[in-house]
Design a protein. Sequence first.
Length: 324
Amino acid sequence: MKSRRTVLAALASLTALGLLTACGSGEAATGEIKPEGQKGNGINVGPDQKRVHTAKVEAIAAQVPEAVRKRGTLVIGVSANSSPPLAFRATDDKTLIGTELDLAILVADTLGLKPQFEPVSWENLFVGLDSGKYDAVFSNVTVTEERKDKYDFATYRLDDLAFEAKKGSGWTVKGPEDVAGKKIAVGSGTNQEKILVDWSAQNEKAGRKGVEISYFQNTSDYYLALQSGRIDGYLGPNPVVAYHVASAGQTEVAGKFSGAGAGLQGKIAATTKKGSGLVAAYAAAIDHIVGNGTYAQVLKRWGLGSEAVEKSEINPPGLPRTKN
């Protein structure tokens, strides 16, 4: 598990390389980051987020189970790993910020409940759901057929992956042939690693060169390797790639794909224990914030407008089951 200081260390490394610059009197003072020389506002990573809020909707709040309504809080599990812009620590190294939290707050607002965030490691998010400790998880959870056996889902974002390359590289990725012979970094044990391994195998079967896959410990290490030319690209979650492209200004998106692979658009969803009675309320709340425009405001401030959904789906088709 990454420490709370991971994102700050990454930002410090990028600033030292001249990839980021603080606005005004400095990052700590303004809470903004943006590429060197960029005019206008940067990305607010300070503790004062000026978050978007919305009003309670009685008809939707009435769908929440009575026990939760009486308690008055919505206990939400989020990942403790620093993954800008999804969920990470602000410049005060304490305040949790990010897309997932902003959207969860809007859902809680609509339901008339106070959000109570519980940051834990990835595996413990599901342990918390299983035990009934959490009412929901908002943590970039992809709908899968296996997960649907135990959990209910209300979708709120598309699940996309993206290739990131050095700015001006001229590299465009549309399929396996475009990564043949390339050296690409990817997170170990991730869905994107599986896709890259599959593409490499397809290339070799077709008589093309395979992919040289590289692994690094920290996000900042990927970007240092990319800028120095030690790797040709990085394949990661689209939100993480989009955030870095927007904040650093030294890289570009070379290609974007569904996180579910070919033939299915992956979906990210609010996750709750199956039978908790909460999924319909979550879906209705998400539809409400999509309709009133607050949802779009959140995605825009984090640069994720391309991952917007038109409506929430309850338990849609998910990633296929893993073959044993």
